[in-house]
Design a protein around this ligand. Structure first.
Ligand code: 2P0
Length: 325
């Protein structure tokens, strides 16, 4: 009863920011991401009759506390779905993503866990069913089931059975590149889970965020269809700024930006004013991701590496969906 799977992380161009149901992880807005081949998680799950509780090892270290509880609760869903309620698992994960520094390691993590654990327990799920299950581990993870451009449709149902990802365009459709600019690998102060909750509950700007989503989503899908990079970049950058603006209105207010975050944002906009089409997006952390086309890779990389306070620049292409090993 053993399964191994690999899943890549994804970067949202239209952000998921807010839940309407915390337990089922149902979002208040649809989102759209690009799966990245540079960052991934590889996970092996083995269900064993001799275990009396789950074991979770991340990069060969036993994990306990909140991170363990999230994995074990997710395995409860898998056990329930399979009808095998009294069997525990050893989970071995290897993360090729810097954890909790604004890179969505939970996205590749829960996608790989969902794929490996369902395979190990003998469930045969469609990609759609797997996306619905994965969503209940971590919202953004439901998008990592697929490669390329992926939309997480928020759905309307209370039971969440229509809240799942669909592929908008496959990984070989368009060679858009992403440079992950790392500024600091320290843990962030407000987790994305807590940050989005505080924003939904207290920020007067949150209604403006929700109002903007349908148009951003429509425009971004048109940009993908037309392969219009400037349009894609402009919408992604503006959507990211709207998401981050909501945090400033929260009570207590907060921001994920460091001084270097702002420096990188300005440098990217400055480069654009000189005619290089490069755009930024930022998740719930200080690091910046730059979007560009292959012909500008050299110049974008060297510009980013030369910004004071930048510790590393990692380049990524569009990635595939989950694979079984
Ligand atoms: C996203 N983020 O769309 C957005 C943009 C952060 C900013 O999804 O609570 O780890 O597990 O559903 O998926 C990060 O939130 O949150 C996230 P949970 P998740 O990628």
């Amino acid at each position: 009863m053993k399964g191994t799977a690999k899943a890549h992380t994804n970067i949202a161009l239209i952000k998921y920011w807010g839940k309407r149901n915390d337990a089922l992880i149902l979002p208040t807005n649809s989102s759209l991401s690009l799966t990245l081949d540079g960052f991934y998680t590889k996970t092996t799950v083995e269900f064993r009759r001799d275990l009396s509780s789950d074991l979770f090892l991340l990069n060969d270290q036993a994990v306990s506390g909140q991170a363990y509880e999230r994995v074990s609760r997710f395995l409860d869903l898998v056990r329930k779905l399979s009808g095998e309620e009294n069997i525990y698992a050893e989970v071995n994960s290897r993360n090729e993503v810097p954890t909790a520094a604004g890179f969505a390691s939970s996205a590749s993590g829960f996608a790989a866990l969902a794929a490996a654990s369902t395979r190990a327990i003998g469930l045969e799920l469609s990609d759609e069913e797997l996306s619905i299950l994965t969503r209940q581990g971590s919202g953004s993870a439901c998008r990592s089931i697929y490669g390329g451009f992926v939309e997480w449709q928020m759905g309307e149902r209370e039971d969440g059975l229509d809240s799942r990802a669909v592929q908008v365009a496959p990984e070989d459709y368009w060679d858009v590149r992403v440079a992950a600019v790392e500024l600091s690998s320290t843990m962030k102060k407000v987790s994305s889970r807590e940050g989005m909750k505080r924003t939904v509950d207290t920020s007067p700007f949150y209604s403006g965020w929700l109002e903007a989503i349908p148009n951003d989503l429509m425009q971004l899908k048109a940009a993908i269809k037309e392969k219009d990079f400037e349009k894609l970049g402009a919408i992604a950058e503006a959507n990211c700024l709207k998401m981050h603006a909501t945090t400033l209105g929260a009570n207590p207010p907060f921001t994920y930006w460091h001084d270097t975050t702002v420096r990188v944002m300005h440098a990217i906009q400055e480069m654009r004013s000189k005619g290089i089409p490069v755009f930024f997006t930022i998740d719930a952390g200080p690091n910046v991701k730059a979007l560009y086309l292959p012909e500008h890779e050299e110049v974008v990389k060297s510009m980013l590496e030369n910004i004071p306070g930048v510790t590393s620049v990692t380049l990524s292409r569009t990635g595939k969906g989950i694979s079984y090993l």
